[in-house]
Structures are given as C-alpha cells and as structure tokens.
Design a protein around this ligand. Structure first.
Ligand code: AMP
Length: 475
C-alpha cells in the first residue's frame, strides 16, 4: 500500500486483484454501515475502497489518487462515519452535534452528490449531515446549520461565508477531507483552503483525494498531510483503457455540423459535450435543440436550480446531449455514459483526462471523441504527452457541410478565450459581437430548452436511461 517513493509508478496497484479478494465485511465496518451498503446494492468494495478504508480506519492521513467514478466517495465517507459512530446521539441540543467532519469539494454539484452519499451510508445511524454551497441564499442554510450536524460538506467560499457570519464553528473538527484537491487548486481555492485550515484544530485526520498528482498537489500534500499513506488505483494522469479515444480533425467552422451529424447518427443515448466557454455551451445547446436534438447546457452562469434541473433531465434521459464546461461537469456521477465529445479540446491537458473520465466508468466501455481544428493541435500534442499515447486521428466527411454564419462567427470569436475556471475568477473581458443573440441578456431557461425540445415530433422517442451506479461491475 505504501512505497518508499509514494509517487513512483511502482506504487500502482492492480485494481481487479483488489476487487476480487476483499469484501465489505472483511474491512471491519459497523453493522449499521454494512446494512446501508447492502441496501445500496453494493456487494464488494471498489479498489479504492478496499485500500483506503482500512488505512483511514487505522487513523492515518491518506493521499489517494482516484478519479470520480471509482467509488472514492464511499472510500472516505465510510471510515469517516465509522469513526464518528461512538459520538452519534439523538440529543436535540445543537451542542450535541458539533461539526466533527468537514468535506471540502470544488463544485456545488460534487458537494451535493457527496452529501447525498453520506446520507445514504449514514441512514441507519444518528449522525447528521448537511451540504452548504454558494449560489443560493445563505439564509436558507443557516437554520439547518444551527440545529447541529456532525458531517458538513461544503464548497470553500460558502464555508468561509458561514464562518464570517458566525453561523458555524469549526473548532471540533477531527476529520478533514479534501475531495478533488487538484481541481480545488486549479480553481484558485488555495487562499480559501489556507484560511479554512487555520480555523481547524491541529489534531485531526486528513484525507486527500486527487485525480492527478501534479507538483502543486504534492506540495499541498506535504504542507497539510502528516505522514500520509499513498493509495492509487489508476495510474495518475493515465486514461482509462475502457475508453476508445479518437480525434476528428475538423475546421472550426465545420464543428457544429459535424456534431449534429454525429449525434443524429450515434448509437449513444446520452452524450456529454465539452466546450471551453460558457457562451459556446449555451449557443451550442440552443442550436442542437433547433436541430431537434434534446439538448441542454450546464455551466457556471446557470443558477444552481437550473443546473440541477438540466442534470436531472440528462440522468432521466429526456435530455440526450448535455453541453458542459469543465467546471460544471466536474464530478458528475452518471454511470454507463457511452460517449463524451470534446467540441473544443482543453488547453490544460489534465482537463482532458477528467473529461474523458466521465465515460467508461466502473468497467463499462465508452467512446471519447475530440474535435480538433488546426489551432488546437498544440493542445493535442500536450495531451498525448500527458497520457503517453497517440490518439487515433480521423477525418470525417460531412454529409452536407454547413457553414452557418452564426456558428462560424461565434465559434471563432470565442475559441481562444480562457476556460471557465479562470474566467470566473477574473473580470470577464467583454467582446463586441455582431450576433444579436450575444447582445441579449442571458436567458436562464433550462425549462424552456427542455419544453422546446420535447415538443418536437422527432423527439418523442424516450431515450433509454443510463443507470446510476448501484452495483459493481462484474469482472
Ligand atoms: P464516486 O467515485 O464516489 O463518485 O462513485 C461512483 C459511483 O459508484 C456512485 O454512483 C456510487 O454509488 C457507486 N459505488 C461506489 N462504491 C460502490 C461499490 N462498492 N459497489 C457498487 N457501486 C459503488
């Protein structure tokens, strides 16, 4: 489990082996938790769970390399709940329920998902949990916080807002989880993290999860973990073997027509399409809807409610194409997602790994297609360097080349904008657009998109639904 050099490739572990040889009973989990796991349909731990649970139960700090989809939430949630079990009580006084475990996540969607998992695993215990995140009225969260919760899941900014408003005390936190730590750093959360760490008791257990092990992550681990045990279940920065990766070389102006063609021909019932910017995501989902494809967008300009609605519609199968920016798509838990399309490839190669990790999860197979125009070839080179493999390149003939002036202009004027991560933290650079659509105020209309789409006659067929993971892949 540990190696002298924790970052060396020798520290990698064979996933299948771990899955086959361990079951949940053998991990020493409490009956209340085992019951909840059985009810969730989990029969055996995933590799990250098999490795992280015993180490965390033993009280060590953990640095785990695992992507979303590997079962990492339960890998930290189960030991965390087990360690808090002796403190569980039915007392009504808030003082009986101080925050004892804090889980920090980079995005609201991930925070919500994590807390849902905590609730599921803790349902036969008296431990309480709550999620707090920005983008919604802070006052709606305060009363819940005041009743007292043992497990708090939060995004960093909103957590600090609560601390400032004195609606939250962190002086009894004994366990801290940093989920998707690499993403937190990418999103510029380091100053917030430092402020939060300073508010916590020094004596505590820390569990850190990251999909990639960059130098910054190693530095963060050095700073904030004490003698961590390193656990890895997939080669960091590697891409999943179950995912067939392809590059379609295409002119920027033909991308939209190619996408429409692909979506109309594809067997895939649910596809996530990644764009670099929020504005491209919105435009594309509108244009796809106009083509009769059930589409919606999910990005940082959408309200929390709209994002959840779009996600639910996608999970339910009423939306086939979810156009997303990196931030919004991070951590989405949709299993058996057959296809991911990079409408624009990311300039940060790690983002490519995260994006295509949305498909081919938990042993299922998937396809990841990247549209690459000439300007983007330099990013492709970096990606191939990172994943240490060449991606097959193809040129696909367009059935009827379409060069809508709207799409051409919109794409080219925005293609070089930085990704949402950095954009959201800086003042947006306003560009004059000749397309009136861009000059209109943003239309927050997930509902409208959905109803527009579902009224179309060729959209009446209900797409089969990808199941949320409820059982482990049989290997
Ligand atoms: P995560 O990586 O934590 O986002 O988990 C991905 C998905 O795997 C979630 O839908 C979990 O409910 C599911 N999952 C987690 N652990 C197991 C397990 N041991 N067996 C089956 N499914 C699991």
């Amino acid at each position: 489990m540990t190696t002298p050099n924790p970052y060396s490739p020798q520290s990698l572990t064979n996933n299948k082996l771990m899955t086959e040889t361990v079951n949940f009973d053998a991990l020493g989990l409490a009956p209340e938790l085992l019951k909840a796991l059985a009810e969730s349909g989990y029969t055996s731990p995933t590799p990250i769970q098999a490795q992280a649970i015993p180490v965390a139960l033993a009280g060590s700090d953990v640095m785990a390399g695992a992507q979303t989809g590997t079962g990492k939430t339960a890998a930290f949630a189960l030991p965390l709940l087990q360690k808090l079990l002796p403190l569980a009580n039915s007392g009504t006084s808030p003082a009986k329920h101080p925050v004892r475990a804090l889980i920090l996540t980079p995005t609201r969607e991930l925070a919500i998902q994590v807390e849902e998992s905590i609730k599921t695993y803790a349902k036969h215990t008296q431990l309480r949990s709550l999620v707090v995140y920005g983008g919604v009225d802070i006052k709606t969260q305060t009363p819940h916080l005041k009743t007292g919760v043992e497990v708090l899941v939060a995004t960093p900014g909103r957590l600090l807002d609560h601390v400032e408003q004195k609606t939250l005390q962190l002086n009894q936190v004994q366990m801290l989880v940093l989920d998707e730590a690499d993403r937190m750093l990418d999103m510029g959360f380091m100053p917030d993290l430092k402020r939060i760490l300073a508010l916590l008791p020094k004596q505590r257990q820390n569990l850190m999860f990251s999909a990639t092990f960059s130098n910054e992550i190693k530095k963060l681990a050095d700073d904030f973990l004490t003698k961590p045990q390193l656990i890895e279940v997939a080669r960091s920065n590697a891409t999943n073997d179950n995912v067939t990766q392809k590059v379609y070389q295409v002119a920027q102006s033909d991308k939209e027509a190619l996408l429409v063609q692909l979506l109309k021909e594809a067997d895939a019932k649910q596809v996530i399409i990644f764009t670099k910017t929020k504005i491209t995501a919105s435009r594309l989902s509108r244009n796809l809807a106009r083509e009769g494809i059930a589409a919606d967008a999910i990005h940082g300009d959408k309200s929390q409610q709209e994002r959840i609605k779009a996600l639910d519609a996608f999970k339910a199968g009423t939306v086939m194409a979810l156009v997303a920016t990196d931030v919004a798509a991070r951590g989405l838990d949709i299993s058996e997602l057959p296809m991911v399309i990079n409408y624009e490839i990311p300039s940060a190669p790690e983002d490519y790994v995260h994006r295509i990790g949305r498909t081919g999860r938990a042993g299922a197979s998937g396809v990841a297609i990247s549209f690459v125009c000439e300007d983007e070839e330099k990013y492709l080179v970096e990606i191939e360097k990172l994943i240490k493999r060449q991606i097959t390149k193809e040129v696909i003939a367009l059935n009827k080349p379409s060069r809508s002036p709207r799409s051409t202009r919109a794409s080219s004027s925005h293609q070089n904008k930085p990704q949402e991560d950095s954009v959201t933290r800086r003042a947006p650079v306003k560009k004059k657009s000749s397309d009136p659509w861009f000059d209109k105020p943003y239309e927050p209309s997930a509902q409208e998109n959905l109803s527009t789409v579902s009224n179309r006659p060729n959209n009446t067929k209900k797409a089969p639904v990808a199941a949320l993971l409820g059982g482990l892949v049989s290997k």
